[in-house]
Design a protein around this ligand. Structure first.
Ligand SMILES: NC(=O)C1=CN([C@@H]2O[C@H](COP(=O)(O)OP(=O)(O)OC[C@H]3O[C@@H](n4cnc5c(N)ncnc54)[C@H](OP(=O)(O)O)[C@@H]3O)[C@@H](O)[C@H]2O)C=CC1
Ligand SMILES: O=C(O)CCC(=O)C(=O)O
Length: 499
């Protein structure tokens, strides 16, 4: 057992197993995790490729403009930098891709709007709403909506940018977008959430449609919110159609959509493990988050015989040394999805669990890590902890949970790394299947959808691996996923002209 972890376990008081903030685990994370400047690391992963002087100039101009245009948007710059850092093999082969990249980083459309609503005391409130329509090269804009106080233009743009590559990898015909608001649903009544959703959709409905832009859920937007948003869209547009995915099963939703992101991430990891000639049996898994993605990650890990030992929320993490059981998971699902409670309540269910207040779980020993909460939750220090504990793989259920610095550390240590845009693509893939079912006015059986999800995740792994090999990047699945995702969109953009 890692020394850090043993020491901090000893701190736990037997009477109250709710550990107070200790310096042995890193504190919960914040948006400040990301550097506000675009670093010029873009050739580091592929230094054997060099560009002609003209191409180098094009790339330098691209970086300069990107930086000037997007000053003060650290999450967006971090996301672009992560991709740019892996593109040198493509740019070196054909400089036309530098010009196309220059267009890909500029959203096709950005909509920012006022969301006024009235709280339960009759007081009027106002939030800010966003929809960034990033790319329509492969189909209607597609991507979730996030309600969280940390939402701003930079966050929504980074998520929309990730979605471009992710949706391309799904093999389905989907463009990319993302939306959200700085509205915080914590502590709000159902009535307040409904009025907020209705007001949000009153503005958004003008810009979306089943063939234009199809939003879905993301952080704090689940079945309840999708219901309220759909109801208001239907009234305003006078149409019942597939404008949103993640709908309830009884009125147009797809089987397996709630499970899809978590299940898909574990399927992706299973493909990676197969490739490395190993499996999940008895392997300890460190999971963060306790929302939609984390819950179904834990469920599928249990199906495959793994031992998930942690889950977290923004107040801290639980550690269950012998593994979270199906009964424990059911307790957490009820706690989070119905009671909307805090994770330390799990100690009322399990006598063996420990709760670490305001801490992240990355100092816990384990075999594989599944960050499934939010961006920037693994920084360099956390990555060093994972490596020190002999963790062998990181599979991202969340979007951009690892900072650029953390990714460098995984690579140096030879960890398996499944980047979010490949590993968590199962959610949007099943959304694409929901769109197909809505167009056919059909609902496919559960087994059919899960089989399609499983084969899409295999295809994403295979495509990422073979792109890496084709570009002489060994089995670097992160580079391969970026290249495979990019080339499909870039070629479509070229064929569609300078639009
Ligand atoms: N839902 C989907 O289909 C997909 C989601 N994703 C990504 O997966 C991640 C999780 O989404 P999802 O499970 O749907 O969201 P949920 O709202 O269901 O759950 C989010 C979880 O992460 C925690 N969390 C959120 N923000 C923070 C923060 N700033 N600090 C600490 N903990 C935080 C929440 O804790 P608390 O309750 O305390 O806020 C909660 O446990 C996100 O990155 C999302 O973009 C990616 C692909 C698809
Ligand atoms: O299902 C969708 O459309 C989007 C899911 C999502 O937001 C994501 O993949 O990050």
């Amino acid at each position: 057992m890692n020394l850090y972890f043993r020491k901090s376990s000893a701190l736990i008081n037997a009477a109250s197993r709710s550990a107070s903030a200790s310096t042995l685990f890193a504190k919960t994370f914040s948006a400040k995790t990301f550097s506000p400047v675009l670093t010029r690391l873009y050739s580091k992963n592929s230094s054997k490729y060099t560009l002609s002087p003209d191409s180098q100039l094009l790339l330098d101009n691209l970086v300069e403009t990107l930086h000037t245009r997007n000053a003060g948007q650290p999450e967006f710059l971090e996301a672009v930098n992560e991709v740019l850092d892996t593109m040198m093999p493509v740019f070196a082969k054909d400089s036309k891709y530098i010009e196309i990249f220059d267009r890909i980083v500029e959203p096709e459309r950005q909509i920012i709007f006022r969301v006024p609503w009235v709280d339960d005391k009759g007081i009027s409130r106002v939030n800010r709403g966003f929809r960034v329509q990033m790319s329509s090269a492969l189909g209607p804009y597609k991507g979730g909506i996030r309600f969280h106080p940390t939402v701003n233009l930079s966050v929504i743009k980074f998520l929309a940018f990730e979605q471009v590559f992710k949706n391309s990898l799904t093999t389905l015909m989907m463009g990319a977008g993302k939306g959200g608001s700085d509205f915080d649903p914590k502590g709000k009544s159902d009535g307040e959430v409904m009025r907020f959703c209705q007001s949000f959709m009153t503005e958004l409905y003008r810009y979306i449609g089943p063939d234009t832009d199809v939003p879905a859920g993301d952080i704090n937007v689940g079945a309840r919110e999708i219901g309220f948003l759909f109801g208001q869209y239907k009234r305003l547009a006078n149409a019942f159609n597939g404008v949103l995915t993640g709908k309830d099963l009884r009125w147009g939703g797809s089987m397996i959509r709630p499970e899809a992101t978590g299940y898909g991430c574990v399927y992706f990891a299973k493909n990676y493990l197969n490739y490395k000639k190993t499996d999940f049996t008895g392997k300890k898994c460190i999971v963060s988050g306790s929302g939609n993605v984390a819950q179904y990650t834990v469920e599928k890990l249990l199906d495959f015989g793994a031992v998930p030992v942690t889950m977290s929320d923004s107040s801290g993490f639980i550690y269950e040394p012998t593994g979270i059981t199906r009964e424990g998971l059911a307790y957490i699902m009820e706690l989070k999805n119905v009671d909307r409670g805090r994770l330390n309540d799990y100690l009322n269910f399990s006598k063996s669990a420990q709760f670490f207040e305001n801490q992240k779980p990355w100092g816990v020993p384990g075999d594989y890590a599944f960050p499934s909460a939010t961006q920037g939750e693994i920084d360099q220090a956390d990555a060093q902890n994972l490596v020190a504990n002999n963790v062998k793989g990181v599979f991202e259920g969340a979007n951009m949970p690892s900072t650029h610095g953390a990714i460098e550390i995984y690579k140096q240590a030879g960890l398996m790394f499944g980047p979010g845009k490949a590993a968590n693509a199962g959610g949007v893939a099943v959304s694409g299947l929901e769109m197909a079912q809505n167009s056919q006015r059909q609902q496919w059986p559960r087994e059919v959808v899960e089989e399609k999800l499983s084969s899409i995740m295999k295809e994403i792994f295979d495509m990422s691996l073979s792109a890496a090999q084709k570009y002489d990047m060994g089995d670097d699945v992160q580079i391969g996923a970026n290249i495979a995702g990019f080339l499909k969109v870039a070629d479509a953009m070229e064929q569609q002209g300078c639009v």
